[in-house]
Design a protein around this ligand. Structure first.
Ligand code: AMP
Length: 365
């Protein structure tokens, strides 16, 4: 399926990722339509059209999909069943909805990654209170107890540093099925953004180095300090994952990099990713355009990085400093148009561009 300029692309999800995808699609001459469960979403306000309905409303989903030529999604918690419904109805949905099952549940996700030979932290399922002691005996301390589903940005997880912490950790998850992970003494956290095209083409961006505070990404810096062989191995893992799922679109893998150079995958996301926002300003083709190209059946663009980049998330009241960022020549400001700046809410980001390696080399000649 090739969707050319003038075609219609649908996105499930109305957040900032959908907004930046819609802007990239519009630039390529597409009409982008948004399906969101809330009115006045950041994505719908820059899109050609929208439907507001719950993600479980099958009739609304089918009506939406029949108005566009292909449907994609901007967040992985779209119910896998809803995505599959569109595929079963013969609609074009990219990436393959199978990837939702392989990323929505932390236990399935880790099993899937390990089956592909992509290492992770050691883990054990904790389906109920009776399983925790056995899991702790297997994994050891320190460890992290995480809900299997709907955990993101450090939500739904509790650290267990000593046996006495176990009960409180369990109580904090309110009975949700969980997974116990060994705590990884990582050197740095890095992520790889990659894309696979409908023609099987593959493109990976440079690794970025990520800083989290309270489980939330605050900064991504590219290039990461990782050695070239670590970058190469991340690309091999990403390609393996994409080919296994017959994946079409952009995706991200977040890794813990250990001092000995090993990479342990923490999680992967079947969508454009916050740690890849820098690509939109620093690369020949950014992640949003790349995803639109992939799902519309276009050839992938060149992911080469033209500038060094530091991306800062603007959380909550950080966005009030927009005018000062707007006045900095090397800062590229993105604001998501959210009406309310609640504490910790992602309101925008700024990418600060650094040395241009080609220009620097030329001026040294
Ligand atoms: P997550 O929600 O799994 O992405 O976790 C959020 C953040 O918590 C990660 O980016 C890490 O900084 C930290 N974290 C999560 N799992 C582990 C682990 N097994 N070992 C060490 N740090 C972790």
């Amino acid at each position: 399926m090739l969707i050319g300029p003038g075609g219609r692309l649908g996105i499930l999800g109305g957040g900032q990722l959908g907004r930046m995808l819609a802007l990239a699609g519009a630039r390529l001459g597409l009409d982008v339509h948004i399906f969101s469960d809330g009115a006045d979403s950041p994505a719908a306000r820059v899109a050609a059209g929208q439907i507001v309905a719950p993600y479980t409303d099958e009739a609304a989903l089918l009506a939406f999909a029949s108005c566009v030529e292909c449907v994609t999604f901007e967040f992985e918690n779209v119910p896998a069943h809803s995505a599959q419904l569109l595929r079963d109805a013969g609609m074009c949905i990219r990436p393959n909805p199978l990837c939702l099952a392989a990323s929505q549940d932390r236990l399935e996700e880790k099993r899937f990654l390990n089956a592909l030979g992509i290492p992770t932290a050691p883990f054990a399922p904790v389906d109920g209170p009776g399983d925790l002691a056995e899991a702790l005996a297997e994994i050891g301390l320190p460890a992290i107890l995480k809900t299997r589903r709907l955990g993101y940005d450090g939500k739904g997880q509790a650290r267990i540093a000593a046996p006495a912490d176990a009960e409180a950790a369990l109580a904090s998850l309110h009975g949700a099925k969980a997974i116990l992970e060994g705590h990884v003494p990582f050197l740095r956290e890095v992520s790889l953004i990659a894309a696979r095209g409908a023609d099987g083409g593959f493109a990976a961006y440079d690794l970025s180095e990520n800083t989290h505070e309270n489980g939330v990404l605050v900064k991504s810096v590219c290039p990461a300090a990782s050695p070239p062989e670590v970058q190469a191995r991340a690309g091999i893992y990403a390609r393996r994952l994409a080919e296994d799922l017959d994946y079409v679109g952009v995706f991200a893998i977040e890794f813990f990099e250990l001092a000995d150079g090993r990479l342990l995958a923490n999680e992967w996301a079947p969508r454009v990713h916050n740690s890849g926002h820098w690509t939109a300003d620093a690369c020949r083709t950014g992640q949003f355009e790349q995803h639109v190209r992939a799902v519309c059946g276009w050839p992938l663009g060149d992911p080469v990085r033209l500038r060094d980049a530091k991306m800062h998330n603007l959380l909550g009241s950080d966005a009030a400093a927009w005018a000062s960022w707007a006045g900095q020549p090397d800062a590229r400001l993105w604001l998501y148009g959210k009406r309310e700046a609640r504490a910790g809410r992602k309101m925008g980001h700024v990418t600060v561009l650094g040395a241009d390696p080609q220009l620097t080399a030329k001026s040294a000649e």
